[in-house]
Design a protein around this ligand. Structure first.
Ligand SMILES: [Zn+2]
Ligand SMILES: [Zn+2]
Length: 506
């Protein structure tokens, strides 16, 4: 009972937070500075002091002024408490090129320097290269302060949605770059740490809508992502990390907060301690490649957490890892064993790409976007994609096609559900289902109840590019999970759907 309450509360919170952000459009700034410039300010500098409270981890500034039509120009910079005197006093200068910038310990808008945010008196530095004698200009600076547990998409002004319409969005949730062990050949043909740009470009070339960069135990890639996002305006970049321990790996998406990953140490005795520590960070955590071997073959790769993990603290499982390509899909049995225990964990996929240039693929490296995780989201934004994953509105496209679709909807007593949702069907009641498969002609459809082929068989050959299949289920009033898969002639899953949970107990 306790667990159920906790889960529903966390789901509620997960849904409520981003909607609140959207309703407010932009959070109210913590500080607003207004002022006026006149002809006498021509070719002078001016500082605008503001106090940064203790506990601040990010400063975001939006700046604008009037008079551009009269050729008034105002340049912008930022000084920390030591101003030009101290080592870390000068925090950057963007001249007249930016109306918005952010500075934090992990990342900063280009022109600005990431680094610790010390509390005290900071200053916006204005330079006025031109204002005519008779001109006047009003300026406004909106300033937001961030905090350690803020999700990576705050303040919202930094992360406008890339697309505003609801739909299926395709992405890759697992990849490595120069910020951990991702590599590619340099100009001389030697393998070197591969710049993040190439990974992002590879994802854009595959037509993906989003990617998460998941370097091992670090978020140093967040700074490079800050530079790349405006250029890749059709590819959402989600900061992640692969929490990499001696007893398993798990991807954490949507936060750049500090996480002590030392599972098994005095500070972090076990995985449950780590999962409790990250719970307030608004991220999504997913257990990776759970049944890989551990030991000297692949150190810490298998999931061997002891004591057993409280799975109500986990949101997802990497059911398909890129290394599964060409082999039986290794993550599915682990995922289904969690479903069988009543946990509602979303199956996702990730390439685990370590090599941005696909033509140089080596063992252990897989093309970007294979598999793809396809998420139904209310818009293309970080909070919406992560909410879609939490809700289970997800299928995995194991070959990373651009157009395959798998949809499952159910209805009972007027209540409707789609993949990831719960459907209540009292004993002797009937639920009806509709499966939609697009662009998978030649494959076959399998319907699974509690992981076993559903009887009476409703499996079907997918003989059209737009298959709809209806069937019904008579309830025994107990908890079950029903999901659909599309398989190739050899029986290998091409599309893996998340379940509709029938009468779930959690
Ligand atoms: Zn791993
Ligand atoms: Zn990895």
């Amino acid at each position: 009972m306790k667990i159920r309450l906790f889960r529903s509360l966390s789901l509620l919170l997960a849904c409520a937070l981003p909607f609140a952000t959207h309703a407010a459009e932009v959070e109210k700034p913590d500080v607003v500075l207004h002022g006026e410039l006149a002809g006498k300010d021509h070719q002078t500098y001016r500082t605008l002091p503001f106090d940064v409270p203790a506990g601040t981890t990010r400063i975001t500034v939006q700046f604008d002024y009037s008079g551009r039509e009269e050729k008034t120009a105002v340049d912008l910079g930022l000084l920390g408490p030591d101003g030009f005197r101290g080592q870390d006093g000068f925090r950057g200068w963007s001249g007249g090129t930016r109306k918005l910038f952010t500075v934090s310990a992990t990342d900063a808008t280009p022109s600005y320097l990431p680094g610790a945010i010390r509390p005290g008196r900071w200053q916006l530095l204005l330079g006025i290269p031109n204002i005519r004698k008779e001109s006047h200009s009003n300026y406004t600076a909106n300033i937001w302060f961030g905090h350690a547990s803020d999700p990576a998409w705050e303040p919202a002004v930094l992360n406008p949605p890339l697309r505003k319409e609801a739909g299926w969005y395709r992405g890759d949730l697992h990849m490595h770059t120069a910020h951990s062990d991702g590599g590619c050949k340099n100009q001389s043909g030697e393998r070197v740490p591969c710049p993040l740009f190439f990974t992002v470009q590879a994802a854009a070339q595959r037509g993906l809508d989003f990617i998460a960069i998941t370097d091992h135990n670090t978020v140093s890639h967040a700074n490079a992502m800050r530079e790349l996002q405006p250029y890749f305006d059709q590819l959402l970049l989600i900061p992640g990390r692969e929490v990499t321990t001696f007893t398993g790996h798990a991807n954490l998406f949507g936060t750049t907060a500090l996480v002590d990953f030392r599972v098994g140490s005095k500070e972090v005795p076990d995985w449950n301690a780590l999962l409790k520590a990250i719970a307030p960070l608004h991220g999504v955590i997913s257990i990776n490649h759970a049944i890989r071997p551990s030991g000297e073959v692949c150190m810490g790769c298998g999931w061997t957490a002891k004591p057993p993990v409280d799975m109500s603290l986990v949101q997802a499982v990497e059911a398909v890892n890129g290394s599964d390509i060409g082999t039986p899909i290794s993550g599915l049995p682990f995922w289904e064993s969690q479903l069988a225990k009543g946990y509602r964990l979303t199956a996702i996929g990730g390439s685990d790409n370590h090599e941005a240039f696909q033509h140089e693929a080596r063992i252990g490296t897989n093309p970007t976007g294979v598999p793809a995780t396809v998420v139904y989201a209310r818009e293309l934004s970080m909070p919406a994609i992560l909410d879609g994953i939490r809700a289970g509105h997800v299928f995995i496209d194991t070959e990373g096609s651009r157009d395959r679709v798998l949809e499952l909807s159910g209805e009972a007593d007027g209540a409707k559900a789609s993949m990831g949702d719960a459907l209540r069907v009292p004993a002797n009641g009937t639920a009806s289902f509709d499966v939609h498969v697009a662009h998978a002609k030649g494959a076959s459809l399998a319907v699974l109840l509690d992981g076993k082929p559903f009887a009476p068989a409703v499996a079907a050959q997918v003989d059209t590019d737009d298959l709809h299949r209806k069937f019904s289920w008579n309830s025994d009033g107990k908890a079950h999970w029903l999901r659909v898969e599309v398989r190739d002639a050899a029986g290998k899953a091409l599309l893996v759907g998340n379940p509709i949970y029938l009468n779930p107990t959690r």
